[in-house]
Design a protein around this ligand. Structure first.
Ligand code: NAI
Length: 687
């Protein structure tokens, strides 16, 4: 047996699917970079491969993939139109029915169509690091080539229904325990294939011909309904998988295929696919593509508080050396403990091995001497939200760091131009706005000043992507893209509370849309004092836009500053840990209205949602008109990744289009009339 590695290399002469026959066995090699999706050329190549191996009467045919993974899915770019021939179900049926039995020889991520392909093979063997899954639901779809019908015939109904409904991959060990694999190997896949062929088991009954034992899925259904949070595909995937116990493979697959095709056209799937593509394009701005990002090895972080510690943990996880700088040695030790706590949690939960934890601890230092930042390639400032403190930090960093190193601020609202003004090497300063908890949340707003160089932006984007983040470019304004929209959201919520809505009804309405929390629950969680300080700053600067409702200020004055405050109260009463609506708050709101002579209005759930969304969509359009955001998808990425807006609704801009701009305009006119002088209309809403 000679090695076939030559046929697995990419090159101008390489075919997408290449068949090499040797010693009576065939190797069917797929090479469709970057992740070997089942594009039409691959499907055609596989059909042809089945014909060839049967014609040559091969004893076995092993499907193997070049590059970092086995087939990682279908070709999503084909999903917008009718699928070109041959269709995947027909290709897979041909593989299953082939006289020459097929072996799936796998590594990397075997996902979606990749797993469906493997399930059609007679045997499945995989490297021990391989992962298997049906992630179609994350794009609002279900499998469309027999996945929901073959998988239960291999691993049992309940396990298959869970994998199809939650979309989460399982590792090789688990998949083997489920009965999904014939062999798990470590290392050389060609050697593993040779060994497997040498002791080839008897050909098993075709998967599609097997019977499926029925199972009680009641508990799983409840679990999926809860986790889906309004997304349709997970329950449809579960129900379709359940058909395997009731119908023949042919009948079940027919329904599966039709459901898959119908879902392709659904609003939820279009929303999710658009976000999927946008999260790739938004994170790689066109104008930066030609620039080579500078290498980052050492990351300095000033301020080891909540945000600094999270950013440090994310940087360590990406393999960087990290130094936290604090005001004094005591604060540095506090920062160190915060970072070590995150590492310990990752270790305890099994997310990382002891070896990795140790490597992260070894790459980490904390202290109070800025000299430690002298060889850092990037510094990120995460000290108190005070422009003078931040300027002093920037000055100290500029003094010790090389002029080519990047210096960034994690400010939530302040202008990075003012923080860096007058300092040497102006092109290297920028804002990198992480979200809390920074070691988990993927969004990072990348804020260029008026003089930040493109080279700096290219390096910052590459650095953020390297942390596994989703960087989105934003221009400078109060709150950048995300928090500026959040301010509009809160303002409209406050106007409705002032005019008659209960804050608890506002929260309920926004949860009914699919938000994880309403605006008042969120304030209780993050603390009311931050936005209070921000409102005071805007009032003092004369930049508060329009009508001012000071109900939240009154709560702060009453000592009700949120769940974490001494009183353990905010909009809700958290004293027993549950967060109950509080009659004291309602009484305060009622007397506020009486004092202001308010004629109370009532708002339905739908009115609350659509009015808040009108405020959000108006602000988002203003942001686009001002060039703060580069595209409507950028806004949608920010709000789905940073603020919990449901991904299956596509983000505020997509939601508005689907809801209808006429309806949005009507709602905008209503909020503008409710609070005259408070809403500057975006172009789309101008009379
Ligand atoms: P924090 O109060 O938890 O941490 C601030 C840290 O900075 C403290 O450990 C403090 O000792 C240190 N510090 C203060 N002055 C310093 C100096 N001169 N030199 C060195 N260290 C100094 O605050 P948090 O929440 O981490 O916020 C930090 C920054 O991140 C702020 O600008 C905030 O607006 C921004 N931010 C906060 C988010 C949040 O959810 N908390 C989200 C995104 C950004």
């Amino acid at each position: 047996m000679t090695t076939h590695s030559a046929t697995l290399q990419s090159g101008p002469e390489a075919k997408v699917v290449d068949v090499v026959i040797q010693d009576g066995h065939a190797l069917v090699a797929i090479d469709n970079p970057p992740v070997n999706p089942l594009s039409v050329s691959v499907r055609k190549g596989l059909m042809e491969a089945v014909r060839l191996v049967n014609e040559a009467n091969c004893a076995t045919a092993a499907i193997v993939c070049a590059g970092r993974t086995f087939v990682a899915g279908g070709d999503i770019s084909e999903f917008a139109g009718p699928p070109p021939l041959p269709h995947l179900p027909d290709v897979l049926d041909a593989i299953e029915a082939s006289q020459t039995p097929f072996i799936a020889l796998m590594h990397g991520t075997v996902l979606g169509g990749g797993l469906e392909l493997a399930l059609a093979c007679a045997w499945r063997i995989a490297d021990e690091k391989t992962r298997f899954g049906l992630p179609e639901v994350t794009l609002g779809l279900i499998p469309g080539a027999g996945g929901t019908q073959r998988l239960p015939r291999v691993i049992g109904l309940e396990r298959a229904a869970r994998m199809a409904a939650n979309g989460k991959p399982v590792n090789a060990k688990t998949f083997e325990e489920f009965g999904g694999l014939d062999l798990v190997f470590n290392g050389d896949q060609m050697a593993a294939l040779a060994a497997f062929r040498d002791t080839l088991p008897a050909r098993p009954e075709n998967t599609s011909a097997r019977a499926v034992e029925d199972a009680d899925l009641t508990a799983l259904k409840a679990e999926i309904t809860k986790s889906a949070k309004g997304a349709d595909a997970p329950m449809i995937a579960l129900e379709t998988t359940a058909l395997a116990a009731k119908l023949s493979f042919a009948e079940g697959s027919k329904i599966e295929r039709q459901t898959h095709l119908d879902l392709r056209a659904s609003s939820q799937s279009r929303a999710l696919r658009r976000l999927f593509f946008a999260s790739r394009s938004v994170t790689r701005p066109e104008r930066l593509k030609a620039l080579e990002p500078a290498a980052i090895s050492h990351v300095a972080i000033v301020g080891g508080g909540l945000m600094g510690a999270g950013i440090a943990a994310a940087s360590l996880a990406a393999g960087h050396r990290v130094t936290i700088l604090e005001r004094d040695v005591e604060s540095a030790e506090a920062g160190r403990s915060r970072v070590e706590e995150i590492i310990a949690k990752d270790l305890a939960s099994g997310r990382i091995t002891e070896q990795k934890a140790e490597a992260r601890r070894a790459a980490f230092a904390a202290g109070a001497d800025y000299a430690a930042a002298s060889d850092a390639d990037i510094a990120i400032e995460a000290v108190f939200e005070d422009p003078e403190v931040k300027r002093a930090v920037f000055k100290q960093l500029s003094d010790v760091m090389s002029e080519t190193a990047l210096i960034a601020t994690n400010t939530s609202y302040l202008d990075p131009n003012l923080i860096s003004e007058g300092m040497p090497g102006p092109g290297r300063f920028l804002g990198l706005h992480f979200f809390s908890p920074a070691n988990i949340m993927k969004l990072v707003e990348v804020v260029g000043t008026s003089v930040t160089s493109d080279q700096t932006m290219a390096t910052a984007f590459a650095f953020a992507r390297g942390l596994g983040k989703i960087p989105v470019e934003t221009g400078v304004c109060d709150g950048f893209i995300g928090n500026r929209i959040l301010s509009a959201y809160r303002r409209q919520a406050d106007y409705m509370v002032a005019d008659g809505a209960s804050p608890y009804d506002v929260d309920k309405a926004m949860r009914s849309l699919g938000m994880p929390m309403g605006p008042y629950e969120l304030q209780d969680r993050t603390g009311l004092q931050i936005s209070w300080a921000n409102r005071k700053r805007q009032l003092a600067a004369g930049t508060w836009p329009g009508r001012y409702v000071d109900i939240a200020d009154k709560l702060c004055e009453m000592g009700r500053q949120g769940r974490g405050s001494a009183a353990k109260k905010g909009w809700y009463d958290h004293t027993d840990g549950t967060g109950k609506p509080d009659p004291e708050v309602l009484a305060m709101v009622a007397s506020w209205r009486a004092e202001h002579g308010t004629t109370e209005q009532s708002f339905t759930t739908d009115e609350i949602v659509v009015r808040i969304m009108a405020a959000i969509v108006n602000e988002a359009n203003l942001i686009l008109e001002e060039g703060i955001a580069t595209s409507d998808t950028a806004v949608d990425i920010v709000w789905t990744e940073g603020y919990g807006f449901p991904k299956h609704l596509g983000g505020p801009m997509f939601w508005a289009e689907e809801t209808g701009m006429d309806r949005m305009r009507e709602a905008f006119e209503a909020i503008a009339a409710q609070s005259p002088g408070s809403w500057k209309a975006a172009g789309v809403f101008k009379a």
